[in-house]
Every structure is written in C-alpha cells, then in structure tokens.
Design a protein around this ligand. Sequence first.
Ligand code: ADP
Ligand code: MG
Ligand code: ZN
Length: 626
Amino acid sequence: MADTAEILQELDSIENELKAVGLQISDLQERQKELNASKDRLQKKLKQCTKDAGPSKKLDLQSFTKQDFPWSKKVQKALGMFKLSAFRPLQLETINITMSGRDVFLIMPTGGGKSLCYQLPAGCSEGFTLVIAPLISLMEDQLMSLEKLGISAATINASSSKEHVKSVQNAMLDKTSDMKLLYVTPEKIAKSKMFMSKLEKAYHAGRLTRIAVDEVHCCSQWGHDFRPDYKVLGILKRQFPSVPLIGLTATATNSVLKDCEEILCLKDTITLSASFNRPNLYYEVRLKPSSTEDFTEDIVKLINKRYKDQSGIIYCFSQKDSEYVSVNLQKMGIKAKPYHANMEATEKSSVHKEWTENKLQVVVATVAFGMGIDKPNVRFVIHHTMSKSMENYYQESGRAGRDDRNADCILYCGFVDIFKVSSMVVMENVGQQKLYQMVSYCQDATRCRRVLIAKHFDEVWDTKHCNKMCDQCRHNPSSESVDVADHCRDLLQILQQAQQMDEKLTPLKTIDSWMGKGAAKHRVLCVPPSSLPRLEMEMVIAHLLVQQYLRQDFSFTPYATISYIKLGPKADLLKNEKHKIMMQMKKFTSVDPVKSSMDSKTQSAHASTQGGGGGGGEQEKMMYCH
Ligand code: ADP
Ligand code: MG
Ligand code: ZN
C-alpha cells in the first residue's frame, strides 16, 4: 500500500511520455502525409513532362509547339503586332492550347510574359476576351500598353461614366465592334446582374470568345492573396461552358491550383508550369543590424557602391518604415522616395513614373508597390523586413532583373521582425504557418537558396545549377549540427514559471530573463543566465517556434497587436531527457560585422568568439529542476 504514491508517480511519468510519443507520432504522420502528397504531385508532374497526362488522355505537350494549326499563321503574324520577335518558353504552347479551346492554367514567374498568352489570342480571334484581374491599376497599365499597340481594349469599373458603360455594353454585342479585350474586376461578376446579363447575351451571340483569369491563385484561401470576390468566378464556367478559360499566376503550389480548379468549376485543365528558377537573380540573406545607423550605413554603402546609378526597390514592413528609410537615404544624397497605400493616387503614380524613367533611383515601398510594376532594369530588390510568406518573397524579389541581366535580391533578417510580421498576419488563416516557412528560409545555415525556393514550389532542383548565384553556394559557409535541447529546457522553465504565475512574456522579456536580466520575478532560480550569445538565443527561439516547441500568443490593444511567447505543442517532448533538438548553426567568422537585431550594446562581436558553439561541448550541462 505504501507504494501507491510511487506507482502513481510512475504512472504519471509514463502518461507524460506516452503523450510525448503521441505527439511525435502525429508529427511523423503529418510529415508522412506531406511527403506522400509531394510524391503524388511530383509523379504527376513527371507524367506530364513525359507527355502523358494520365491513362485515359494523352497530352502531348510537344504537339502544342507545332506551327501547323489552322491559326498558326495568324499567331505568328500577331507576334509582330506585339513588336516581339520570338516566344518565350511555354508562351506558344499556352496560346495553342487556349486557341484549341481547352482550359489551361499557366504558372510562370512574374515578368515571364503571361499577359501575352491571352492578349495575343484575343488579338487574332473573333469576338472578345473577358479578362478578370484583381486591381484597376493593373488593368489600366495593360490598357495603356494595348492602346500603344493599336489593339482595342476596354474596362468597366466603378469610376466609369454611364456613357462609357453603355458603349462597352454595346460593343459586347456588336458583331462589327473591334473590341478585343474587356477587363473587369471579379467584383463586377459577383455584384452586377446587369453585367452578367450582357455577358450572357454576348455568349449566345457567339461574341464571348475566351475568359482569362489573371492572378488565378486569388481564388484559393490557401494561396497567399485570397480575394473573396474570386470565389464566385465558378459561375463563368457554369454559365458559359463552351468558352475556354485560361488562368494565370506566378505563385501557386499544386494544392492551391487544385483548389482553384474546383472553385472555377474546371475539369480537364491542362497545367503548364515554367520553372521558378530565375538564373540571373542572386539571392542573399543578411542579418539585420540592430541600430538604425548601422543598418542605414549598410544600405547606403550598397546603393552607392554596388548599385551606383542603378535602379532598385527597398521593401519595408510599414508605411512609417518606408517614409523613415527614404528620409534617411535622402539625407545621404540618394534619390529615394516612399511608396505606400496611404499616399494620394497621383503621388503614387508620379513616384512610379519618375522611377520608371530612371529619374528616381530607389522606391522605398510597402507591398502596395507590387502588381503592375513592369520595369525591366531593376538591379536590386532589398527587403528591409522579411516578407510574410515565401510566395510573397518570391514575387517581390522577382521584380528584379526582368531584362535577364544579373540582379540582386537581398533580404535582411531580424529577430524582432518575426513578431512584427506575425502580428500583422494574425488574422490570416495560415498566416503563422506561412511566415514560419519564410523564417525557416532565412534561418537555413547552409543550403542553396534556390533549393529552398524550389522545394517550396514543389520543384525538383539540383544545387549545382545555382552557378554560385546565392550566398550559400558562393561562400560555402561551414556549419555544425548541435543539440540545443538543454538550452531549450532552461527556456521552457522560464516560460513555464511565467505561465504558472499568469504572466505573459514578450520575446524581449523572454530573452532578458533567459540572460538573467530584467524583472526578478521572471527569472527562475535554478536557471543560470544563458551562456549563448544573444544572436544564438534569438536563433534558438526562432527555431523552436518554427518547430512548435514554442508558440506565439497574441493580445489585442486598441493600438497594436502584442505577441507573447508560450510553450508550444511539442514542449512536453523535452521532459524526456534523451530528447534532442538538432540545429544547424552557421560557424561565424570573425569578420562577420553583424550585431544582434535587438541589442547592439551588450553584444557586439558575439558569435564570432563562440564559433557557433550553439550549446555544444564547451557548455556545462545545466540543472533541470523538478
Ligand atoms: P507577367 O504577367 O508574367 O508578370 P507580363 O505579361 O506583364 O508578365 O510581361 C512582362 C514583360 O515581358 C512585358 O514587358 C512584356 O512585353 C515582356 N514580354 C512578354 N513576352 C515577351 C517575349 N516573347 N519576348 C520579349 N518580351 C516579352
Ligand atoms: Mg501579369
Ligand atoms: Zn545556391
């Protein structure tokens, strides 16, 4: 009987371990699911590449490169109309598929030339092509360039006059009209019965030749840019089943595409994807210096030396940042101006224009500076703050080097930024998950950036094709795999105690207590101040967040969303003393000038002396108190 307590205790510990094992199993199952899905996708892709879309239908992609279709002559001639001499990869295939009346999705990097794939067919077909695009500014850019080429196109939107709407509606039905493209936002389809009824008439009159859905990933809420109005676009295929649809996007994983296909009520869609690799872009991730002065100096140096007289974009987190950074650059004599959503439309277009005409060297922008940018000679895109997802990063950085000449994409990664961006995406469905993928990209110590990007987009990629066009391939950093579990146990005790006391720890406070600083009540007696350099502490925390040993918790004030750090779903695993958390730590060399992103005074040359110890051998094992 005396043993009951002991037995209970043992039972409890077994229960705990079982719980931990359960978590590990569900983790592995999750991973298994992911891997199986990736496997499926890749096998499908492989089949498509080897000219076989499936057992029932043969899709011979090669056959769509032929030049002897009934429309081939017209298509070749139309190329001249667009003042182009040759097609880029996949353009001809896509055009032939849509001309043959089939539905097609084209995934092609930004700047790859997707618009041509519906503009050119529109130009050489009877009737008109309905183009759905998300932004009015985007349509206006296209209308302008079509006008220059002498191709008749129109748009109706909220600011169109009654007369204009009337004349466009007439053109939709008029067999003698030369209107080739009609641009609308999805809202028009969703909200205007009048417009739908005109479309229906046009359909029955055989005037609605083709439907193009630009930025088609906006249909899916799993994509990075979900727009609710896109969800209704399934009505188009249901009402106009014989009209071929072409969907275009720069960024969509296969699962997003599948979702879009369902939403648009498509069946046998042919999907063509151009490679995500942009061989002329050099990718680099830098640690963000903590002090504004150091950071500004870093950027000024880049702009005045490496990018002297060359065009670029700096992407910032907020409107305030974009104003602030531009002022700082202006002070250093750099021609820079901000661009963000809160500026007057005329001011925005004047900044855009000055930059396009090379009168302005740098646009310091928020992501509001995005769609519709079509400047070929952008030599650098600097991210002052990481993007909110890999899709966003790819798209934003992809605005560099559209002329196929070399250009740089530099991303500054700062610990505090994780939480800033996190608070911004807190309302988004998979916001945290997407952000953590971005963090993981930044944190990777050794792998080729292209490999990481390709993996994200389900593309198979071989490091050796990078041609040293990323920081990791160029500098070949050495790293070592270290077990940081003991450090994590300390950290968890601090967080556990806070949780028990009903205290919430912000990332800064967490680090402070872990360093043995800050409020005494947040420290834990038997946890000695961490021996890790601050930068590595930050890296460990980021790693633990990504790996779900920790999680973020948010609280809303009228002015801000505050992020706190809490124990994550996997925290219990650390109760098992044998549990390891391996982390790839870059070995810093002593020339690395970067300081921690949060605290420059306490740490300066930091990591260099530690040689990336990251909790390795020289560190004494810490006590784990029960
Ligand atoms: P996307 O929509 O894929 O981002 P766009 O359709 O806006 O890209 O095209 C980007 C740029 O590429 C445009 O300036 C366009 O004129 C140019 N372009 C498209 N196709 C070709 C081609 N075959 N040859 C040369 N330039 C092209
Ligand atoms: Mg486009
Ligand atoms: Zn590389």
